[in-house]
Design a binder for this molecule. Structure first.
Ligand SMILES: Nc1nc2c(ncn2[C@@H]2O[C@H](COP(=O)(O)OP(=O)(O)O)[C@@H](O)[C@H]2O)c(=O)[nH]1
Ligand SMILES: [Mg+2]
Length: 644
């Protein structure tokens, strides 16, 4: 069955709550204070099935002091019933609520002219005209305007028909996407614990799911799901749901939190956006403090206008009725994605001033005042209701990858920053690579130019290093990264090394060197190197000590030392505690000991046997046996070793 979420909108006392009660039989005013004062303070809920459509009603308060609560309810609605009392006609919150619905791009709606029982035909006709004037040119232009009376029941059937008809215009929300449920209510139920409610704006939430409660990234799991008051195995996008959570106490959850699929969203405090300032708002000054409303969250923030300073001097200002690209700095973290619509209200008095669309929920720290940043916003601008999603996502991905520079764009971020479904990420990432727009490095996408420049820089740096220090057999990997790619992503550096190694341009060990490079040794060094290597090879498992090596090297202590280091780096020699062995001797030892396994009783060997078998003294036997333990050829058990 199709699910449609309907929100009421309109001035206080125009009969919104009475209409929901008349349509559904449920009084949406649920708070004691609401009943006592006869006004709606917070969101109210009811549901009703009409024909084959399940309607969930979100009844909002009309009082101007509670617009903030209204905003928490209107975020997930598919349809609006704009309620205008026939006796009072269009009033301030009629305008404000209508503007909010328009700015949030609520797709469709109907107008209810309530309290029709209180007015004569002329008054009704005037109210109708005023409504038509208000909605002219908007999404409600031409929408049915239905006179009703909640008192007598007149017109209610016509309104029901209009709601069903309008619902046909509502397209479903993405069920197979990331789960996202902005929490609008939290309570605790005896025997169940914490329950949150909200409209599932995308995805699916099922019993047993592990989810995150963000911001704060608290892990929770779903113990139970209710949709329209009935227990259900799951809830899907477009439905209002009550979710019973484990893993969180009721006092740790509040309206404004969002339940999300883990691993998709990063919390953010800075967003780039396009905004549309209402024609009757005051000019919006650069740096103005605003209230930012998205989903069910209200946060304070400051708006900065993107782009070069105006020629006339002074700070930029957004004129009433115009559009602008802005960067909003929020005073607390939020979970936001590209394509999210939001509302800005003035800090004080808190009037609705603008609507916006998030272009990038985590913009790079680039200069705000630059033409390049303005250009970037222009390139990211889109209209989620009309543009081809896949195309808009691809072009945004290119802009984001270019803008990310050496840091690269995590493939994971393709969801929140670009709008690509998580299951599509790899395929879309590959498509960007195939089209030459990106190179892939581990979990990161990077502009091909960055990788190309990096590869060039590595080759140049190694060449310079080899010329400056012909003796050295390369630059330590980390030092090389520091030098050529300090701010870059490690995965991109690894990818560059891998590409160069595969092309046999470089050799990567602990140190990185050009393949063409041979450490140049002086005649004395070369003699020492050969002598040392020979002495240690001949020494086998009882190699000469440092003094004897130095003597064998027949060169100055400094040269011998350098050659020892070189041979160790090249893994020709291996250090074991204070002793140095030739690699071949150790390799042979390991093979011999492993080969003894079947021959010795219980596959055991003790120090005495070892000394005798390999003709070594205790001085060599102990470090060698410990070496074999470390190499997992043997394992110490009491005084003996088991051969593994
Ligand atoms: N006569 C008449 N009174 C109505 C009608 N609808 C609502 N009212 C009354 O108008 C007042 C405000 O209604 P309410 O639903 O609370 O308005 P809301 O603030 O928009 O939710 C209440 O006293 C209602 O009884 C109607 O169709 N006819
Ligand atoms: Mg009400």
């Amino acid at each position: 069955m199709k699910s449609v979420v309907i929100g009421t909108a309109g001035h206080i006392d125009h009969g919104k709550s009475a209409l929901v009660l008349a349509l559904t039989g449920t009084d949406p005013d649920r708070l004691k204070e609401e009943k006592a004062r006869g006004i709606t303070i917070d969101l109210g809920f009811a549901h009703q099935t009409l024909t084959d459509i399940h309607f969930a009603f979100v009844d909002v308060p009309g009082h101007e002091r509670f617009v903030k609560n209204m905003l928490a309810g209107v975020g997930g609605i598919d349809l609006v019933v704009l309620v205008v009392a026939a006796d009072e006609s269009v009033m301030p919150q009629t305008r404000e609520h209508f503007a909010i619905c328009r700015l949030l791009r609520v797709p469709a709606g109907v107008v209810a002219l309530t309290k029709a029982d209180l007015v004569d035909a002329d008054t009704l006709a005037i109210a109708r005209l005023e409504v038509q004037e208000l909605v002219a040119g908007s999404f409600l232009d031409g929408a049915p305007i239905v006179p009703v009376s909640s008192k007598t029941g007149a017109g209610l059937d016509a309104l029901r028909d209009a709601l069903v008809a309008a619902s046909r215009l509502v397209s479903g929300r993405p069920v197979d996407a990331v789960a996202r449920l902005p929490v609008d209510r939290v309570f605790s139920m005896k025997g169940f614990g914490t329950v949150v409610t909200g409209t599932l704006v995308s995805g699916r939430v099922a019993i047993g799911d592990a989810l995150l409660l963000a911001p704060g990234d608290r892990r929770v799991s779903v113990r139970g799901v209710q949709v329209h008051g009935q227990r259900h195995p799951d809830a899907v996008a477009g439905q209002r749901a009550a979710i019973n959570l484990s893993g969180v106490d009721v006092q740790d959850v509040q309206r404004g939190h969002t339940l999300v699929t883990p691993g998709v969203f990063d919390e953010t405090r800075i967003v780039d956006a396009s905004i549309e300032l209402l024609a009757d708002a005051k000019p919006l000054k650069h740096g103005a403090r605003v209230r930012f409303h998205q989903g069910t969250v209200e946060l304070m923030g400051r708006v900065a206008v993107v782009g070069p300073l105006p020629d006339a001097g002074g700070m930029p200002v957004v004129a009433p009725g115009s559009r602008a690209f802005v960067r909003v700095r929020l005073e607390a973290p939020a979970v936001l994605a590209r394509g999210d619509r939001f509302i800005l209200r003035a800090y004080s008095p808190p009037m609705t001033i603008a609507g916006g669309l998030i272009l990038d929920p985590r913009p790079p720290r680039a200069a705000l005042r630059s033409a390049a940043t303005l250009e970037r916003c222009r390139a990211l601008a889109f209209d989620p209701s009309t543009d081809d999603r896949a195309e808009a996502a691809r072009s945004a991905a290119r802009v984001m990858i270019d803008g990310a520079g050496a840091a690269g764009l995590a493939v994971r971020a393709l969801t929140s920053r670009v709008g690509i479904d998580p299951r599509e990420r790899d395929v879309q990432g590959d498509a960007l690579v195939a089209a030459g727009h990106a190179a892939r490095a581990g979990d990161v996408l990077v502009a091909p130019r960055i990788l190309k420049d990096l590869i060039g820089a590595i080759v140049t740096t190694l060449g310079e290093h080899h010329r400056a220090e012909p003796l050295s057999d390369g630059v330590p990997r980390e030092a090389l990264r520091e030098r050529v790619f300090r701010r870059g992503h490690a995965a991109v550096f690894d990818r560059a090394l891998a590409d160069l190694a595969e092309a046999r341009t470089i050799v990567v060990r602990d140190r990185v060197a050009l393949t063409t490079h041979r450490p140049a040794l002086s005649a004395e060094e070369e003699r020492a190197r050969l002598a040392i290597e020979r002495a240690l090879r001949d020494g086998g498992l009882t190699p000469p000590d440092a003094a004897a090596i130095a003597a064998a090297g027949g060169a100055s202590a400094a040269v011998v030392d350098r050659m020892l280091k070189l041979l160790t780096r090249q893994k020709v020699l291996v250090r074991v505690d204070t002793l140095v062995f030739h690699d071949e001797a150790l390799k042979r030892l390991k093979a011999d000991v492993a080969g003894m396994k079947a021959a010795v009783a219980g596959a055991r060997i003790d120090v005495a046997t070892f000394k005798e078998r390999f003709g070594v003294t205790r001085k060599f036997a102990i470090p060698l046996l410990e070496y074999l333990d470390r190499e997992r050829i043997t394992r110490r058990v009491g005084d003996a070793r088991v051969i593994l």
